[in-house]
Structures are given as structure tokens and as C-alpha cells.
Design a protein around this ligand. Sequence first.
Ligand SMILES: [Zn+2]
Length: 306
Amino acid sequence: MIVFTETAGAAGNISELFQRISELSALTLSLTGGRVTIERDLRQSGEQPRSATLAARVKDMVDSARTVTLESVISMPFGSYGEVQKINCGFALDVDDSAPGFGIGCAIHEMWENYQAREILNDSWNHRFGPAHSGAIDVENAVVSELRGGRVARMATHRVRDGGDTYYVMDYHTTLVAIRQNGHGRRQAYEAVVIPPRIVETIQLYPGAVSVDTNAKAISHALKLLAENPPATAGISGPLATSIRDMIAVQFKQDVYLDGDPARGLEKIHDKGQGADRGDLRAFVEAATPQDAPDGQIVIRGFPED
Ligand SMILES: [Zn+2]
């Protein structure tokens, strides 16, 4: 079951969001008394959904014995994890208007995260965040890939401050999405731009390195490039990838770590469960190490030069 509550100012957006999801999933969804129901499943009469994953996952949630609890808010972009999952429907719709697929991807992420957390038992609500978030990233990637055609995978997300402006960069590996907020409160609106990534620099890591110290120069060069290029992200491969990813997260205050295990260098203070960092930091661990760079490398990617 999916239950939705409204906060003042965000009300109209819930039905608009479900209207959009209906169009893309071949499900006729309606919201009655705060509860989402499937009035008709047009797939049964042969209609092909634009995203089969979106249709399947929405049906999973609606049919579930557990209650997915959502609250429509405008106090933050995206949404946030919790027993009551916050979701900014207006943000999702605005992003989807300007970058079709990506906004609905963000919306299904928030919903599925709450659903997954309810399926993971025998652990604290806080520890369920990592696996719930990671599962939500998988669903988001599948939905966005189906809606846009081709393959996207969210690797990084970070907030960029540019003078008095703030925007978000999401790195989907084959494409970057930049989301800017205009106005605040009830006047807020978001605009997304889809940008092909440019490789700023590829930094080779050294062979036989057993600790990050051996690669201190390479890492400080990467940090310098990231500081000079506020939208840029860092994709890291090789045996030291996780340690270097953590160091960059600390440097840009994206997460809280402390000195711990000497081999790994840093240890997370707040354990939110495996997968909590996935797709949410500025630096990320590449799925594979390139064959021609077995010791690993740091690839800095940013916007094209104008
Ligand atoms: Zn998440």
C-alpha cells in the first residue's frame, strides 16, 4: 500500500506526479483519501508501458502488505529517507519537464527507498538506509534508462555553490545532469540541463601502491582539479579506489569519517549500512578497473568548455 500525506503548498503536486507516473507506466493510478490505488492496469489490454520497471515497482508497492508512507514536501529538493519518506513532487515534475526521465527517476527512488526499508527486517531503521538506498538507485537507473533509451547509472551527486547560486550535479556516467533552483518556498522551481561529460584529466595511480601515501601527489592533484572545477566529479578505479573516494569525501565535507584502520585510512563514523554512499558523493568507485590501467586511475569529469 502507498499512503501519501500533504504539506501546505505542495498539495497539487502529488496528483500531478501520479498523473505523470500513470502516463509512463500504463497504470491508471488514483489517489483517494491519501491512498494510491490502481484503477486500471492497461498492460492487461496489451498497452506497453514507457518504463516496464516503473510499472512493475509501483504495482509491487501498491500490492504490498506493508505501507509505504510518503509526505509531499517543498522544504528540500529530492526528498529524504525516514519512516515517513519525504518527497518533493514539484522538484520531480520540474526536473522531468526539463530533463525527461530523470525527475521520475528521482521520484521512484524516494518511494522505493521507503518500501525497501520496510522489507529489510532484523536491523535498526538507521542501518536499513544503506541497502534501501542502494536498491533505490538500481530502480532509478533502470527507470531512467528505459525512459531515455540507452544506459545510465547514477555514480555521483553533489551540491555546487557558484557565487550566490546553488545547484546540483548528478553524474549518470554517460551523462551529467545539472539542476538549478529558482525561487524559494511556494515560488520554488527547478530547471535541469543534460550535459555530455568532458574528461578534464585522467590521473594514473602508481603500481604496487599499498597505501594512499604512495599516491599522495596524484591524490592532491585530483583534489586541486576538483577545487578548480566545482561541477567536476572523480571516478576512481584500482585497489585503492575506496580509500581515495573516502579521502575526497572528507576533503569536500560530504561525509563524516575518522582515522581508523591503517590499511583503509578512514573509517565511517555513522554506519548507515552497506551501500549508503552509493551515487551520493562527489567521488565514486568505478565498477571495473580498465585493463590498460591495472593500478587504477582517477578520472576527473566535468562540463564541456564553452
Ligand atoms: Zn536514497
